[in-house]
Design a protein. Structure first.
Length: 274
């Protein structure tokens, strides 16, 4: 949110805030227009009805999902694997990033391996995962951790390298203990890097969970989506696609809100006065 300041002689400076309501209204109006065009195109046969159902039909199936017991089983399987995979990712990537970032020798000796592994898409490892574990939870969690750890790891390494040397020197001068140095200097310096990395990794973990369910056949919403497509339940298939998009938006919004709450003290979250 931006603010404007009018400065007059002899008067106090008071920010005049400009709200986001007009921008949100335009965004929602655009979404409504696109939905209306979708409905119009389907009803007037401008869109192929065999592959693109009407928006209202999809909306009806979307609402019907919440009364379907099978849907809740699949939803629970997806959210469980996503949350556990993300927790393991954070537990592995954060300490590893701290270790690598704290040692120039480790940083230089592991950079080639990390840069080689990062571009490998987790979907390419699904055949290997199926050979090792089959369509089981272990396979899905392994792929989630492999694909989602790189943003967190990279951000932690960058954060460690950006810790202020002057602050560390002052800590040594005042004879702060190792624990005090970590909690009062290192953690506040690294946290602004870790939070965005976790937000990106959360979205990646959700994508990998869906892909492994669709391609690898593991339990979850992706498996339900493929089953709907195979049984020609096209409206339900589209409803599940919409649901996955909304889940991604919800995850991103939740992590943004948590990030803003945790980093209220950081300059990036302070309200600027202009």
């Amino acid at each position: 949110m931006t603010t404007d300041v009018a400065i007059a002689p002899g008067r106090s400076r008071r920010p005049r805030r400009t709200g986001r309501l007009p921008y949100l209204a335009v965004g929602w109006a655009t979404v409504a227009a696109l939905l209306a065009l979708w409905e119009l195109g389907a009803r007037t046969a401008l869109l192929p009805g065999s592959s693109i159902p009407a928006m209202t039909d999809v909306a009806r199936e979307f609402v019907a999902l919440f009364g379907n017991a099978t849907f809740w089983d699949k939803f629970g399987a997806t959210t469980f694997s996503w949350s556990v995979g993300l927790a393991i990712t954070a537990a592995v990537a954060v300490p590893l990033g701290l270790l690598i970032g704290s040692s120039r020798v480790l940083l230089e000796s592991t950079s080639a391996v990390i840069e080689f592994l990062k571009p490998i898409p987790p979907i390419a490892l699904i055949p290997l995962g199926l050979l090792m574990w089959g369509p089981a939870l272990e396979m899905k969690l392994t792929l989630i951790v492999f694909g989602a750890m790189w943003p967190v790891l990279t951000q932690v390494v960058y954060g460690i390298r950006e810790v202020d040397d002057v602050a560390l020197s002052m800590a040594r001068t005042y004879q702060l203990g190792r624990w005090q140095t970590i909690t009062r200097i290192v953690v506040p310096s690294v946290l602004p890097f870790v939070a965005p990395g976790l937000r990106v990794s959360a979205s990646i973990a959700l994508i990998i969970a869906f892909v492994t369910e669709m391609v690898g056949g593991t339990e979850g919403l992706g498996q339900m989506l493929v089953a709907a497509q195979s049984s020609n339940a096209i409206a339900q298939m589209y409803a599940l696609v919409v649901l996955t998009g909304l889940m991604g938006l919800a995850v991103n919004a939740a992590f943004r809100a948590t990030e803003a709450l945790m980093l209220r003290w950081h300059p990036s979250n302070r309200k600027e006065l202009r």
